[in-house]
Design a protein around this ligand. Structure first.
Ligand SMILES: Nc1nc2c(ncn2[C@@H]2O[C@H](COP(=O)(O)OP(=O)(O)OP(=O)(O)O)[C@@H](O)[C@H]2O)c(=O)[nH]1
Ligand SMILES: [Mg+2]
Length: 334
């Protein structure tokens, strides 16, 4: 095993490894330069994801389940308007963790202004800083009306032309039915009653947003995982589905940002409804984006082809390692 493989858990490490593979291979100088240029462009992509939801819905737990918060640099926005929005900076991804709100107070009004301002912010290239907004809804709450109002009044008009950038997920499925034992903690899965309840919840959300705004959204439900009082952490459910939902909504050329950033805690990606192979779907869509990266034209795909089998396989292995817990799928995609 190559020494640099130990870096394959970081975003920069993966790109360095691919660079190294290319330097070692015997392609023409022209091909190598071309590929490396494309690689740099891919490496410089940046994704902005804003997470919105009421206090205690599980915003921070969700970021942790998806990417692992310990890997992030944590800061707050520098402009006074966004002081209260925490930023989790990963390599190539910034997650904006907005303060919980929805209680109708003055603070709510301020948070709404902060969110609107951030949604309108652009980078030096004039592109929106926020690519995607993930709205979290509490699956244990009987009152989803407040959040739906928030979506209908504050958020949806920013996404009229691109509703695919607005993601909605209902958390805490394990506690959706407060009375009785509806979650099988042994197998970490819901019983039929929870499935029915959660399917109804997402259907209601979809219908209510459509009725008010004429916009189609496609909510999902999941568990970010939690901790029993004084007990052990129990694993997440459908986080694989949530990641796949986020990755497929990410602009194609930006999906490479997930390399080296996915939470390596395997159990968080292990349990899901099995309706699809979500991890494989995520891995394929990241790999495909490397091959057909919109902003780099036919570039990388053609270049990998030009380098031949072993080089492509080595690059595939580096990318597979970079997908952390779900990476084992990626190697078989070549
Ligand atoms: N049962 C259960 N509890 C969860 C789940 N996700 C998060 N929690 C718990 O809910 C509580 C709040 O989670 P946080 O992640 O801190 O919520 P938040 O939205 O970041 O909260 P604020 O930052 O205060 O707005 C914690 O005790 C979590 O352990 C879940 O899927 N199921
Ligand atoms: Mg939080």
């Amino acid at each position: 095993m190559n020494n640099s493989n130990e870096n394959l858990t970081t975003h920069n490490g993966i790109f360095s490894r691919i660079n190294e593979i290319l330097l070692e291979c015997n392609a023409s100088e022209y091909e190598k330069q071309k590929f490396m240029r494309h690689l740099m462009e891919a490496k410089n992509q940046h994704l902005g994801l804003m997470i919105v939801g009421p206090t205690g819905v599980g915003k921070t737990s969700t970021i942790d389940a998806l990417l692992g918060v310990e890997k992030a640099k944590i800061g707050t926005g520098t402009s006074p308007e966004t002081m209260e929005i925490a930023e989790y900076d990963f390599e190539g991804i910034t997650i904006y963790d907005t303060p919980g709100f929805g209680d109708g107070t003055d603070a709510d009004k301020r948070h709404a202004e902060d969110i609107t301002k951030l949604l309108q912010d652009t980078n030096e290239k004039g592109e929106p800083i926020i690519d995607l907004v993930l709205i979290l809804i509490d699956g244990t709450s009987r009152d989803i009306g407040t959040t739906i109002n928030l979506i209908n009044h504050l958020l949806i008009h920013h996404f009229k032309d691109e509703p695919g950038r607005l993601l909605i997920a209902v958390n805490k499925a394990d506690r959706a039915i407060p009375v009785g034992n509806h979650w099988d903690y042994e197998a970490n899965k819901p019983d039929e009653a929870i499935v029915k309840r959660m399917d109804e919840t997402v259907k209601t959300i979809r219908e209510r947003i459509y009725t008010s705004t004429g916009i189609n959204v496609d909510p999902i439900w999941y568990c970010a995982g939690g901790k029993e009082e004084g007990g052990e952490k129990y694993p997440a459910y459908n986080v694989s589905k949530l990641l796949s939902y986020i990755v497929s909504a990410t602009p194609k050329e930006k999906r490479v940002v997930f390399l080296g950033n996915i939470n390596t805690e395997e159990t968080d990606y292990l349990y899901d409804d099995g309706a699809k192979n979500y991890n494989k779907e995520t891995a394929s869509s990241i790999w495909e984006s490397i091959l057909t990266c919109a902003s780099i034209g036919a570039g990388i795909g053609a270049s990998i082809g030009a380098f031949g089998g072993p080089v492509a396989a080595a690059i595939g292995a580096a990318i597979g390692a970079g997908l952390g817990a779900i990476g084992r799928w990626a190697c078989s995609l070549l």
